[in-house]
Design a protein around this ligand. Structure first.
Ligand code: NAI
Ligand SMILES: CC(C)CCC[C@@H](C)[C@H]1CC[C@H]2[C@@H]3[C@H](O)CC4=CC(=O)CC[C@]4(C)[C@H]3CC[C@]12C
Length: 369
């Protein structure tokens, strides 16, 4: 990616490229990265939609692989100019064991870093998470904070623990010498709760509302703000960060950026209603209908049931003590760091993001897709 190579076509690798966010990153790169020559999409499970991308002008290479396997990662990274590492095990419901979450999120990230170092890939963008910061186990609010806001980040749950450790590995690797003698440049992007086309949990809430006769029942006070960001803007931020990492290496290397856009500050449920409302659902109650102590009890009961039923089946409902704490603790960001460091502006307005998400829920919410 040197000056003389401005016209050179670049090879990008997106790990987790078939996931919710990964697919948007892949499509965004194809639409918005003019220097793209080859796009490698690495995932444990490849999506059939990749086939349609193979007919375009950019070479799209689908690689079925596992980030926990160092040799598979090294083979995929070899020859790539830029890696966008978005693969991860997103599990706050107890579906996977803590060991598996650690292996995928931490060891997988370590493998990506080592592959960059061994093969001479210099630019690495990591998809971190707001959860690296909080909400913490003490339920302290993080009210419209930024990357420098002091906050006691204390985690116990395997998912945030793994994301925090992986982010630290990525930032620490900034400046390491890669094969060929040049320094590795890394940065981490921290999305808050991502929404948009392909968001499974949004679809689950929609289906639950349909089953309940078009109603959802308020469980969380409307005053608790939960940060949300549109998937298209998160993808755009990844593409821009990857593009600018070389030119602005001194400024961006080793930095973290919250992902943000113009999405309004609302409670988790009120925010969902921005999409589910126009799809015919209604949120019943201006205040929580169930007392908080009962939710705490039900969440604990779900943990017990999960444990008891484990030999027979996987019982992993949305409500558990961790998700309840997540939804019930204010955590929102207000920052312009990405704008200052690499010129990020959201590509999609709130109105666009909302419309796109509504159309997606309407189109796929009731179907088995
Ligand atoms: N969904 C959200 O609200 C947020 C997600 N994130 C992060 O964004 C990234 C993407 O998350 P989502 O798209 O929501 O999840 P997702 O589950 O839809 O996508 C993750 C992708 O990684 C792949 N993957 C999992 N294990 C793998 C392995 N061992 N080897 C190769 N590929 C593997 C999956 O097959 C999947 O396609 C994750 O790193 C997650 O931690 C961060 C903040 C919020
Ligand atoms: C009425 C119930 C208490 C509502 C439960 C809602 C929960 C399922 C979700 C509330 C907050 C979500 C998480 C949050 O948006 C941040 C996240 C960041 C990530 O990196 C991964 C996803 C998630 C943990 C997200 C998961 C669902 C919630 C816990």
């Amino acid at each position: 990616m040197a000056d003389s190579a401005q016209a050179q076509k670049l090879v990008y690798l997106v790990t987790g490229g078939c996931g919710f966010l990964g697919e948007h990153v892949v499509r965004m790169l194809l639409q918005r990265e003019p220097r793209l020559g080859e796009l490698r999409v690495f995932d444990l499970h490849l999506g059939p939609w990749l086939e349609e991308l193979k007919t375009g002008p950019v070479r799209v290479t689908a690689i079925q692989g596992d980030v926990t396997q160092a040799h598979e990662v090294a083979a995929a990274v070899a020859g790539a100019h830029v890696v966008i590492h978005t693969a991860g095990l997103v599990d706050v419901f107890g579906r996977a064991s803590p060991k598996t979450i650690h292996e995928v999120n931490v060891q997988g990230t370590r493998n990506v870093i080592e592959a960059c170092v061994q093969t001479g890939t210099r630019f690495l963008v990591y998809t971190s998470s707001m959860e690296v910061v909080g909400p913490n186990t003490k339920g302290h609010p993080f009210y419209r904070g930024n990357e420098d806001t002091p906050y006691e980040a204390v985690h116990r749950h395997p998912y945030p623990c793994s994301k925090a450790l992986a982010e630290w590995l990525v930032l620490e690797a900034n400046g390491r010498e890669v094969c060929g003698g040049l320094p590795l440049v890394t940065c981490a992007l921290r999305p808050t709760g991502i929404y948009g086309e392909g968001h499974q949990i949004m679809r689950d809430f929609y289906r639950q509302g349909l089953r309940l006769g078009g109603r959802l029942f308020r469980a969380i006070p409307a005053s608790v703000e939960h940060g949300r960001v549109y998937v298209g803007n998160v993808a755009w931020m990844h593409v821009l960060a990857a593009r600018e990492l070389e030119r602005r290496a001194a400024r961006m290397g080793g930095q973290v950026y919250f992902c943000y856009d113009g999405s309004p500050y609302k409670s988790y449920e009120d925010f969902n209603m921005e999409f589910l409302g126009p799809c015919g659902l209604r949120l019943v109650g201006t205040r929580p209908l169930v007392p908080y102590w009962l939710l705490v009890f039900l969440a604990a009961l779900n943990v017990l049931l999960q444990w008891l039923l484990r030999p027979l089946l996987l019982y992993a409902p949305l409500l558990n003590p961790y998700t309840l704490a997540m939804a019930n603790t204010t955590f929102t960001v207000s920052t312009d760091k990405a704008q200052r460091h690499f010129g990020y502006e959201p590509l999609f307005s709130w109105e666009d993001s909302r419309t796109r998400t509504i159309l997606w829920v309407q189109a796929t919410g009731g179907s088995a897709q």
